[in-house]
Design a protein around this ligand. Structure first.
Ligand code: F6R
Length: 243
């Protein structure tokens, strides 16, 4: 059973996440972080950036792997996860850009992009701490309902619900790509510690299904129950449907 921590708000969650990651960096300066994008982890990244600056934490050796990327956005598109990870994580935290990888969503090399990414994670010794958000559909990474619990990094089609949810980052819903490349559920489960964050009432159902529902491919978040070390950090609204 995952450890569930209910916090007052995203800033309180951010403080917890920052504490955990700073301790990890101190014990392992070349720690491998698994990085989610989306709105959910932003307060945590901000808190971590402040802690790193205030405590003069040496992060030059920290490595990172993003969970996912859109397929087919032009290089440098501001909403590509490559750009988002640079803007929200690498720059504010002061990480070494070459040590932070994002799956390659370029259609020209998409055939081997999944296997390349898996090989890079393995060569890095695996992810020490994986930050996760969760979609209203229950997805983790972009593993939508129906994704195999053993899946590895591969191309997936985004559901209409997820494209609509992510339309807020684009000029129009039609601009949200149809496809993504995402770490699989099997990839995510290999990380040594999962930290799943969720805030707000819209996530309450997905959180309850992930933490307490049957383990099922129709609720990808429920795969966290297969992992021996998972921490779920939620606010009251996201915790509302937990028993
Ligand atoms: C992002 C990701 C997704 C998001 C999820 C929640 O890299 O893999 O699973 O974590 O879609 O998105 P937000 O945080 O924007 O509600």
């Amino acid at each position: 059973m995952a450890e569930v921590v209910v916090v007052a708000n995203e800033d309180a969650a951010g403080a917890l996440v920052a504490d955990t990651i700073v301790s990890l960096i101190r014990s392992k300066p070349d720690v491998v972080l698994g990085l989610a994008t989306g709105s959910t982890p932003l307060a945590s990244y901000r808190a971590l950036a402040r802690r790193i600056a205030d405590d003069a934490v040496d992060v030059r050796g920290v490595r990172g792997f993003a969970l996912d990327e859109y397929v087919g956005l032009p290089a440098g598109h501001p909403e590509s996860y490559r750009a988002v990870i640079s803007r929200e994580v690498v720059e504010p935290l002061g990480l070494t850009p070459e040590l932070v990888r994002v799956p390659n969503g370029d259609p020209a090399s998409i055939e081997h992009a999944g296997a390349d990414y898996e090989a890079a994670i393995t060569a890095a010794g695996g992810v020490d701490l994986q930050i996760l958000g969760i979609g209203r559909t229950g997805h983790i990474g972009f593993n939508e309902p129906g994704s195999s619990l053993a899946s590895l990094t591969r191309v997936k089609t985004l559901t209409e619900a997820t494209r609509l949810d992510n339309a807020r980052f684009f000029d129009s819903p039609a601009d949200v790509p149809m496809h993504c490349i995402t770490q699989g559920i099997g990839t995510i489960l290999r990380a040594r510690h999962l930290v799943l964050l969720a805030f707000g009432a819209a996530k309450a159902h997905a959180v309850a299904a992930a933490v307490e529902g049957p383990v099922s491919a129709s609720q990808p978040g429920s795969a966290i129950q297969l992992h021996p070390h998972t921490t779920v950090i939620v606010d009251e609204a996201a915790a509302a449907e937990l028993e």
